[in-house]
Design a binder for this molecule. Structure first.
Ligand SMILES: *Cc1c(COP(=O)(O)O)cnc(C)c1O
Length: 400
């Protein structure tokens, strides 16, 4: 959809130029030969995976150096949503053989589609091999090693058995070996080095793995542990322009690609003593101009932002007043100059230093930018655009 057609409704503007900046930063950091696997699980962290993939296609056409080699998702449905883009797909969530019965059709579809499935047990290797043999296809699989995350992946002690079963089956093609870091966003954290050493030690035990793609680094690992780049890297949050340390840094040119806007749909003047919203949690102490924005907690704007967060109108920070309701939020535009119905409000700013940035909102909500992003609901239309302006200019292209 053309960005101009959506001005009268809440929308996420996704900036193609910002995405290109982030891809350039990542590509410069990893060099030309390491493969870049863009992590687009959870609908590209709430941005819309198909839209982000089409933006990436456009960027690659203009600048082949900024290529994305493959995509990583968590689930079968997420893989299906990206199949038409024609890039190799990996499913990060390991198959658990206890569910294989129920997932048989999904696995068949994945094998026929050529997607790479992640394994973390010998039993799962056997089961996928059987399904693939039945289809007379080779299934692409990768083995995930747990080096300290204790979430999923096979332990060091169990690895050899999974590898042995994987290599044993002619219907399995070993397409990768991976691990995942616990503290990658903390520069110099010794656990990252220990995890990488444990991973490499397992690899070194098996000369047969020499030509199998190995990968470990998410965004934090890419920036803080160059030795972890290996054959493939798996950036997620950095693609979307958010610094993995959780606050903007001038060390790495990353630009948030998302700007969430919505029009003002009502304006009220409130006299001292009059309150706004459910529970009367905000009361005017001087004459106030209140604007209503058609975005609420049903859209993923955190309810706890009431009386705490800021939105931006005409370049002015405007406090959220009263409780955030399901479909609407009130802001104080008393000091925002001339404001009329239909004016655009920046709900979440793409300027990382703005008081309405995702960093600021995550801080208020006691969470991380990842969670703010993935909770943005389906009612907010996602649109791609070029050169999306930001309300503040403190950290623009030139200063990065
Ligand atoms: C989500 C995820 C990533 C991406 O992490 P970021 O911190 O967003 O870069 C990489 N690898 C795995 C296994 C993941 O689950």
């Amino acid at each position: 959809m053309d960005a101009r057609l959506t001005q009268g409704e809440p929308r996420l503007l996704l900036d193609i130029d910002a995405l290109a900046t982030n891809l350039r930063t990542l590509r410069r950091t990893i060099g030309a030969t390491v493969r870049l696997c863009a992590v687009v699980k959870a609908d590209a962290y709430g941005h819309s995976a198909p839209l982000v993939a089409s933006m990436i296609d456009e960027i690659e056409q203009a600048e082949p150096f900024l290529r994305v080699d493959q995509y990583a998702v968590a689930t079968f449905d997420e893989a299906a949503a990206l199949h038409e883009f024609g890039k190799p797909l990996m499913l990060l969530r390991p198959l658990e053989n206890a569910f294989l019965g129920r997932q048989r059709e999904l696995i068949e579809h994945a094998v026929l589609s050529g997607w790479t499935l992640t394994l973390a047990s010998a039993a799962a290797a056997d089961d996928v091999a059987r399904i693939a043999m039945h289809l007379q296809k080779r299934a692409n699989v990768q083995i995930m090693l747990d080096t300290g995350m204790s979430r999923c992946g096979v332990s060091d002690a169990g690895f050899d058995a999974v590898l042995e079963r994987t290599l044993y089956h002619a219907s399995l093609k070993l397409a990768g070996v991976s691990t995942h870091f616990v503290n990658s966003e903390i520069s110099g954290d010794p656990l990252t080095t220990r995890q990488l050493r444990a991973f490499n030690a397992v690899i070194d035990r098996h000369p047969i793995l020499e030509n199998v793609p190995k990968h470990a680094a998410n965004s934090g690992g890419i920036f803080f542990c160059p030795r972890a780049h290996l054959d493939v890297v798996r950036p997620g949050i950095a693609l979307y322009g958010i610094d993995p340390v959780g606050r903007p840094s001038t060390d790495r040119p990353l630009r948030p690609i998302m700007k969430w806007t919505a029009p003002i749909i009502a304006l009220h003047d409130r006299a001292p003593g009059e309150s706004v919203g459910y529970g009367q949690t905000w009361t005017a102490i001087e004459p106030a101009r209140i604007a209503i924005v058609p975005v609420g907690y049903a859209d993923g704007y955190p309810r706890c932002a009431g009386n705490r967060a800021m939105m931006i109108v005409n370049g002015h920070p405007c406090g959220v007043v009263g409780r955030v309701s399901m479909d609407m939020t009130a802001i104080d535009v008393t000091r925002a100059g001339d404001v009329t119905i239909g004016d655009e409000v920046t709900v979440l700013d793409n300027d990382p230093l703005s008081p309405a940035s995702v960093y600021a909102l995550a801080n208020i909500a006691g969470t991380i930018p990842y969670e703010i992003f993935v909770r943005i609901g389906p009612r907010v239309r996602r649109v791609a655009a070029h050169h999306v302006g930001s309300e503040e200019t403190a950290l623009n292209d030139e200063s990065l």
